[in-house]
Design a protein around this ligand. Structure first.
Ligand code: ATP
Ligand code: MG
Length: 731
């Protein structure tokens, strides 16, 4: 045996035991966050190859996201060099895709099959609904989509489903069948299909299965707690011969229950496979003792855990700072100040992650970072103004201003669906091209000349009328009402609300729409926008923010992401925002104990991403779903051990009127409240400044000539001003 000590040197005893297990057992490494599960998995690969002489060709490693896969490949490369190239390593979907490419014939696919994403799938389904003469109002797209995908994820094809004379299911089945047929005919494969086909590939081709069972003697799986039924079945079949599974996971980090992931697999694993060696890792290497204690204390509020004890030899570290912001704008400013503080102390932007529960929260944060000139990247998602549902609304608004805006016309004429088919659109485009006019004008001409079929003509006329009517009705409204009216009367909102399954995706889109209304309510045109209407100025600003490029790949930048997307990652400084009842935990989870526990696991995931410092924020007031709310602080805050946290808030002498402080830590501020003798302003006052324009008072500090006031200006963000010199006028 070559010298393989390098594979074991930086491992503790339990980790070493896991890495060096004999080859003929299955293993389940069950351990809390930051205990080195992923490290153990990579070292196990190294051990198999370097110490036991296993060929990389015989190893399959599965992770959860593409980013995790590329990190794992990098780590494997560091350990075993070029041999890492021979490994089969990727996500479930990626691996299934490669298998199908190689065995397209056995899988019953054409050689040039194409993978379609969720949008492509939707378009195809729309067409089928029309062919089947099903009304999309009655059979909302999202419902159809989740019926098909949900069943596929359970391994069920249309032929496997018994509708039991339920006419509702019978109809959905008809669509499913037609969809299967269409995909087969055109060689299209959706995401769920990738896994289902790969699974069927095994079942239908015993020889091929035997080949892969023989080949993949060693199957390693990271984040095992989040595998869904089909993925688990796939692993079972593959390892059914002599293959050995080495899976690592943490039941406390199971956060994809809503997507069909089953934490029970962790429990079932020992029953389904003989000779499973269970290894627990208990030492955390990631976080400070304070952060770890907070995470442990929080998650102890869940029931039915497998239970584990995490400890660290690391430093105590700084307390977790909990910031109670006045509102979401001020929260974002605080986040910016935290980043700046980190940078001033020599940290790098890459070190910082800003996490949030809901995608819609990113808008205000993005805006504050943009304004402060701090490069950032929204990870695992689009920036606010690039999101499809936002672009849809903006396209309507643009059309109101300019009927000849072809791009906007094209985007929304049949969105939400109003029965205007591809053929009608083709006719419109051809006419516009031939006559050199806009699509809008082409539509008018074709209608006037009676050159559209009756059904199409009705639908197109309806659309033109809708836009004209909306323009007339909203002309005198304040901006936020304009936006709100367009969202509701365009049908976009209803379209998303109809999603009966209340899919997380549709919910998140609705939240984004509400957030757009908030953006409109908070919007103040800049000085150079004098000749524009507020709507014009707003649209220009949105275009500007969408066009602003994300930080380049190589550029160091702050990372913004949802808590879900942060799984498996780690950062020296983590800022978790929006810790409010109704947001995190989410409103839907509050009355459902199982979902509430999943939210708590999500909080556990968030906290345990932090290595050195953790900051958590919540707002006394938040515009959410288009309304001003005064949320209570998240219960997760009060579940943290008091000796691990430090509460901070704006240095205020006056509590904002109307703000419900909630039960959390009133009076626990350590930031030294300073009394000001009858300040001329109170927090929450609207003020006007000669240069910075209008703003809202968010902090007061000091006395007499030293007195300072902090104002969040609508356009210039927050600034501290000396009361004695700043000419502030109360509005
Ligand atoms: P998560 O549950 O969040 O996925 P994990 O259990 O996979 O976490 P890793 O990411 O493997 O944990 O490890 C957490 C951190 O601790 C990493 O920075 C890793 O390099 C470090 N680490 C793990 N084991 C050791 C060790 N024995 N000595 C020093 N550092 C270690
Ligand atoms: Mg990990």
């Amino acid at each position: 045996m070559d010298d393989v000590s390098f594979l074991l040197n930086d491992l503790n005893d339990a980790q070493r035991e896991a890495v060096t297990l004999p080859v003929d057992t299955h293993a389940l490494v069950l351990a809390g966050a930051g205990s080195g599960k992923t490290r153990v998995l990579v070292h196990r690969i190294g051990w198999l190859v370097e110490a036991l002489g296993v060929s990389p060709y015989n190893i399959l490693a599965v992770t959860f996201t593409n980013k995790a896969a590329s990190e794992m490949r990098g780590r494997a490369f560091d350990l075993i060099g070029g041999k890492a190239e021979g490994l089969t390593l990727g996500t479930f979907h990626g691996i299934a895709y490669r298998l199908l490419r190689q065995h397209w014939q056995e899988a019953g696919l054409p050689q040039n099959f194409q993978v379609i994403d969720s949008d492509d799938q939707k378009r195809l389904l729309k067409r089928l609904l029309r062919d089947l003469e099903l009304d999309e109002q009655q059979w909302p797209m999202r419902q159809v989509q989740s019926f098909i995908n949900g069943n596929k994820e359970e391994g069920l094809r249309a032929a496997h489903i018994d509708p039991q004379h339920n006419p509702f299911v019978e109809t959905l089945l008809r669509v499913y069948r037609a969809y299967e047929q269409q995909c087969q005919q055109n060689g299209l494969v959706d995401f769920a299909e990738l896994l289902l086909r790969a699974h069927e590939l095994w079942l239908k081709n015993p020889r091929l299965l035997a080949h892969y069972q023989q080949r993949f003697q060693h199957i390693l799986v990271d984040e095992f707690q989040d595998t869904n039924a089909l993925q688990y079945a796939w692993l079972r079949v593959l390892a059914g011969g002599t293959g050995r599974l080495f899976v690592v996971g943490d039941d406390d980090q199971s956060i994809y229950g809503w997507r069909g992931a089953r934490v029970e697999h962790v429990h079932r694993f020992s029953d389904d496979f003989a000779d499973v060696r269970l290894i627990r890792l208990e030492q955390n290497y990631r976080s400070t003792a304070t952060i770890l204690k907070a995470a442990n204390t929080l998650i102890a509020h869940n029931s039915g855990r497998m239970g584990k004890n995490l400890w660290t030899a690391g430093e105590q570290g700084a307390p977790i700072r909990i910031y109670r912001a006045f509102n979401e704008l001020e929260e974002a400013d605080f986040v910016v100040r935290q980043v700046e503080r980190w940078l001033e102390r020599g940290g790098s932007r890459d070190d910082v992650a800003v996490l949030y529960r809901s995608n819609a929260q990113s808008r205000v944060l993005e805006q504050a970072l943009l304004r402060a000139g701090i490069p950032y990247r929204v990870y695992g998602g689009l920036r606010f103004y690039e999101r499809a549902e936002i672009k849809d609304v903006l396209a309507y608004l643009r059309l109101l201003l300019n009927r000849d805006d072809d791009a906007s016309f094209d985007r929304v004429i049949n969105n939400p669906p109003r029965g205007i088919g591809a053929r009608t659109l083709e006719t419109l485009r051809a006419e516009a091209l031939a006559q050199g006019v806009s699509l809008w004008q082409a539509a008018q001409r074709l209608l006037a000349a009676g050159r559209l079929a009756a059904r199409a003509a009705g639908a197109v006329q309806g659309f033109l009328d809708l836009i004209d009517q909306l323009a007339a009705d909203t002309a005198d409204m304040p901006l936020d009402q304009q936006v709100m009216t367009v969202i509701s009367r365009s049908g976009l909102q209803t379209h998303l609300e109809k999603d009966e399954h209340k899919s997380e995706q549709a919910q998140s889109k609705l939240e984004n729409l509400d957030e757009l209304i908030n953006a409109a309510a908070q919007f103040r045109p800049g000085e150079d926008a004098a000749d524009e209407t507020p709507l014009q100025a707003f649209l220009n600003q949105a275009a500007f923010e969408a066009g602003e490029h994300q930080a380049a790949q190589w550029e160091s930048c702050v990372q913004l992401m949802t808590l879900h997307a942060a799984k498996g990652l780690e950062f020296p400084l983590v800022i978790m925002t929006g810790l409010e009842e109704g947001l995190f935990p989410s409103q839907q989870s509050i009355d459902d104990p199982a979902r509430l526990e999943e939210e708590r696991r999500l909080a556990y995931v968030g906290i345990t991403r932090a290595r050195e410092e953790l900051v958590m924020t919540w707002c006394e007031k938040r515009r959410w779903h288009g309304q001003e709310r005064f949320p209570l602080p998240s219960r997760f805050l009060s579940e943290l051990p008091p000796d691990c946290v430090e509460e901070i808030r704006p240095k205020a002498s006056v509590r904002p009127a109307g703000a419900l402080g909630g039960g959390f830590g009133a009076g626990g501020c350590k930031s030294g409240l300073q009394k000001v003798g009858a300040p001329p302003f109170s927090i929450g006052d609207r003020v006007l400044h000669g240069r910075f324009g209008e703003g809202i008072v968010i902090g007061l500090e000091g006395d007499g000539p030293q007195a300072r006031v902090q104002v969040h200006f609508d356009e210039h963000g927050s600034k501290w001003l000396m009361l004695a010199v700043a000419k502030l006028e109360k509005l």
